[in-house]
Design a protein around this ligand. Sequence first.
Ligand SMILES: [Fe+2]
Length: 400
Amino acid sequence: MIKKIPVSDLVSGMYIHDLNCDWMEHPFLTNSFLVDGKARIAKIRSLGVREVYIDTDRGLDVANAPTEEEVQAELQQRMESITPCGERPRQVALAEETQRAQHIHTEANHIIRRLMTDVRLGAQIEVDRMEPLLENMMDSIFRNQNALLPLVGLKRHDNYTFEHSVSVCALMVTFARELDMSRQTIKEIALGALLHDVGKSMVPDAILNKPGSLNAAEFAQMQEHVVFSIQILQETPGITATAMQVAAQHHERYDGSGYPHRLKGEALSLYGQMSSIVDVYDAISSDRVYHKGMQPSSALKKLLEWSNHHFEPKLVHSFIRAIGIYPTGSLVRLESNRLAVVREQNEGDLLHPQVEVIYHAAQQCYLTPEHIDLRRGNDRLVGHEEFSKWNIDPKVWLPA
Ligand SMILES: [Fe+2]
């Protein structure tokens, strides 16, 4: 049986089923292993891990610990109890924004790829030249965020570093808008988000794209990318304090277990806390070399689970409000046993989005696509699904 326990209850002879942290954030070869001594427990603690999942069939048990199913049920309940705040009506229909958003997304990836190559060669970042891109991304999200956001979930392994930067930027704009920040502040946040990982241009490709776990020295080198980002941005004219906080604090954690400065609680800026939430969300929901990403809804549940320690819970709630409990572009199952892609969030209703029905799960066949507004009650959403489990290519089902 899989159970969740605090790290303080961990003893030799227990079998770790899941370290319960972003797999890129630890130097173990695997997420599951037998605990064999105090040194290993100390190492787990040093990573900032507070709770782990153990397999009681393969090691010692803890009698009163909750099972994985109980934990999941509680998290689902917490997710569904998040209520929307305020209305943010769409300015244009999805169909009108789709092509523009695709163009902006492609352009953003080209720009950030070129920028990181230039930085590696010693060039200085010209903030002014990024203004049109930031304005375009903000405008697109303000007009209808459902056009750009499905694109950020799709990444190619070899392009992860660039595409992640663009994704974090788009998600941060959406998050900041949910928090009613001013357009000027949102622009500064967007700039910091786009450049948050620019320090990775100083980390060797062999480490950045290593297939498999990093050893301790490589892990330390990887973590250094934040220090490089800070140095590069300090030398960049036009970087505001807000943009700097977004980049400098994206690996810090609310309980002080992050890096590089182990900042804790109030010592963290609001913008840094936002970027740490968004960075983790995008990282764990992305496919990377030899590692499959989580479904968006599962990644949001992980954020809620970790918000007990690593993130400020109210801020995680705001992020979930911003992108939805079932984010746009994700696959869901309906009560009718049909699978559907989430097309648009309905304002003021996080549990009943608009979806496009595409597949029959029982008959295992595609259906003629049908648009359904789940607010009307003609079917019911029962949970999220994996595209890969059904051999469905999410790229084919982007909004057209
Ligand atoms: Fe990073």
